[in-house]
Write a protein that binds this ligand. Sequence first.
Ligand code: HEM
Length: 226
Amino acid sequence: MAQNASYGLLKSSIGKKVFMALTGLFLCLFLVGHLAGNLQLFISGQPGQIQFNKYAEFMTTNPAVKILSYVTYFSILFHVFDGLALTLKNRKARPQRYHYKKDSANSIWSSRNMGVLGTVILVFIVLHMSNFWFKMHFGDIGVDAEGRKDLYTVVAASFEQLWYVAIYAISMVAIGFHLWHGFASGFQSLGLNHSAYTPLIQGFGKVFAVVVPLGFAIIPIYMYLT
Ligand code: HEM
């Protein structure tokens, strides 16, 4: 009975929105942690290489981090599949698309294009993980002076290519727009509405949507230029 109820919740639009919000907000936390770790790429030369490789080794071997990694993979998959289901359902419910002007009067561009933005981000994540993550876990990438897998050199070599840097910069714009609507919308889907706190959450969400993608975008640009 209880199992049926929770299955029903998962399948309903409201249930989907709640789980999308939970996974989306968890992924926001992931982004903060990931950005903080990646800031070590600003340390140049061999000290930077050694430090980043130490960090990458810790992140792939520490049992607590491993559990968080699995939660991250699950959240990405769940967020993608439910996002797709919700987008298709909304399209079906509203087959004739409103006139552009009418649409834009009612909502901002990013909120109407979460599915498209999400798809660009998904393509980015597949490309990103097939390069860095796959090579770290399964690739034969050589070792640094201290004998650790040399992920730093893989990252540095990737960001020597302008097209690769451009893909990162463009993808971060998509992430920025996705977060611009998604961050505060996540809180709303969880029913966390409050006359005093909601404007604060909305404001913080917008700062988050600019600062975090900008932080990610600056890293490949910096590595390309130095
Ligand atoms: C400057 C930008 C970025 C750099 C340099 C970077 C670097 C890396 C590296 C080196 C790894 C492999 C680490 C490992 O397996 O231990 C990794 C994994 C990953 N990255 Fe990024 N990343 C960037 C931006 C992003 C963004 C914006 C996202 C999400 C939208 C993202 C999502 C992921 C995910 C999901 C993993 C797998 C994490 C895990 O196994 O726990 N990355 N990244």
